[in-house]
Design a protein around this ligand. Structure first.
Ligand code: PLP
Length: 455
């Protein structure tokens, strides 16, 4: 199918106008909010032009905006609400905890239970808590540096690991700026990041263990061997990009060979693609994992897991892993209920079946219309990748993703009762409360877009 670019633009305009018309309450809220709340939002990832959508509440697989529009939620709080909204197991646990005091900065039994369960799921013996994914990756890197006595961090080009200086590097840049894939530049993401910090972070391409090995060997020769490789085992910030067979095993082998701490950032994959995240799903065990998002059932939370060796530097006091709200009783009560009562083996079987269903439905639309793209996913996560070529890394994503189609698909969803993750790099997250019919609604919106594009 040859896509008519003018038709895409026409439909984008039509759908954007339609969305504006349905969200006048959000518009009014934005006019009020922007006077005191910078940009009208709590985080720049919530910015949307001409105005963001303000939500009022959610229940199960549904959310409502301030205009009263009811939508099936496939955004799920950037992949946090795999339990669905206001799940009774979690609200009961939180309500019970509120009556008992919400914060002491002293550990509670729930924190112990959660770490026992995470150790069982990941096969990593030791755990600590934080309050977000960014805190988890920041502390994990510090622990790796403390253990190895080295400064350099290796990451994957295009991967997002949170908003601290050391990882806001080599993302959101065009490939030409990054330079040769054997020697990517350490470009900071946005202003305010000191070059002295970004230069310590070296990016390499995903799905290319050879390129990673050559760069690591050069770093060793230059006298700056890496402390860690931090990576997602399956990339979740370029849509979904799965590891090619043998890639993770090769990374495991070469990090071990060079005494480098391997960190799987499972902020998105953890608890969402299997009980034990990407580590279980792909069968390669890192030295450390970072969790957040889906851990706390919608309360701010994060965790770092690791081997005895890794945590020895925390336990002997040489690395400070600290924080007033770490292991907050409310978050821990929610996490305990989430892990023990909601994200059960049956829940994961349901998520897998739902994802097969929605992926098949989307692929069927692609095949029927001869659309340039493919559906791809794992566990509760998936997307339609609008690209005639398979996306295997950041360069292929930048070269081939049809960003306008991605924008149009988002507008189609929003106008048809499907609340979808904003951004051209995002994917859906299903929740245990989604049904097969809910997934059919997503596919129907996509079908309508394909039909309109070909009309
Ligand atoms: N790591 C990954 C893989 C992420 O996708 C994100 C957020 O999207 C983070 C870390 C940062 O998490 P947070 O936004 O909770 O700081």
């Amino acid at each position: 199918m040859a896509i008519d670019r003018e038709r895409i633009k026409e439909l984008i305009e039509r759908e954007a106008q339609r969305l504006d018309g349905r969200t006048q309450g959000s518009r009014a809220m934005y006019e009020r909010a922007r006077r005191s709340l910078s940009g009208g939002v709590a985080s720049s990832y919530q910015v949307r032009h001409p105005w963001p959508l303000y939500l009022s509440h959610g229940k199960g697989a549904r959310v409502w905006d301030v205009d009263g529009n009811e939508m099936l939620d496939f955004h799920n709080g950037f992949g946090s609400m795999v339990q669905g909204h206001a799940h009774t197991a979690i609200t009961d646990a939180v309500n019970a905890r509120i009556e008992l005091g919400t914060h002491f900065a002293a550990p509670t039994e729930d924190a112990v239970v959660v770490s026992e369960e995470l150790a069982r799921r990941w096969g990593l013996p030791k755990w600590r808590y934080v309050n977000s994914g960014s805190e988890a990756t920041m502390d994990a890197i510090r622990i790796a540096r403390g253990l190895t006595g080295r400064d350099t961090v290796v990451k994957i080009a295009g991967s997002y690991h949170g908003h601290h200086d050391g990882v806001m590097v080599a993302i959101g840049s065009v490939p030409a700026e990054l330079g040769d894939r054997e020697d990517y530049q350490s470009i900071p993401y946005g202003a305010g990041i000191p070059h002295a910090v970004s230069e310590l972070t070296i990016a390499v391409p995903f799905n290319d263990a050879g390129a990673m090995e050559r760069r690591i060997e050069r770093l060793v020769d230059e006298g700056r061997p890496p402390a860690c490789v931090i990576m997602e085992a399956a990339m979740m910030n370029l849509g979904v990009v799965l590891p090619e067979p043998g890639y993770l095993e090769a990374v495991r082998e070469l990090t071990r060979k060079h005494g480098i701490v391997l960190i799987f950032d499972e902020v998105k994959t953890g608890l969402c693609i299997a009980a034990g995240g990407a580590t279980e799903r792909f069968g390669v065990v890192p030295d450390m994992v970072t969790l957040a998002k889906a851990l706390g059932g919608g309360l701010p939370s994060g965790a770092i897991g690791g081997t005895e060796e890794v945590f020895s530097v925390v336990e002997d006091g040489s690395v400070y892993q600290v924080g007033t709200y770490n292991g907050n009783p409310l978050s821990m009560a929610a996490a305990r209920a989430n892990l023990l009562e909601v994200l059960t083996p049956e829940a994961y079987a349901h998520l897998d079946a739902l994802n097969d269903h929605i992926l098949r439905g989307c692929q069927d639309v692609i095949d029927r219309y001869g659309f340039p793209g493919y559906s791809i996913g794992v566990g509760s996560k998936g997307c339609v990748t609008f690209s005639p070529e398979p996306i295997v890394d950041y360069e292929s994503f930048k070269a081939h993703q049809d960003a306008e189609l991605a924008d149009l698909a988002w507008l189609y969803n929003m106008n048809r009762g499907v609340f979808m993750t904003p951004g051209r790099e995002e994917e859906w997250t299903l929740s245990v409360t989604h049904s097969f019919e809910d997934c059919d609604a997503f596919v129907a919106a996509f079908d309508e877009m394909a039909a309109d594009l070909t009309a």
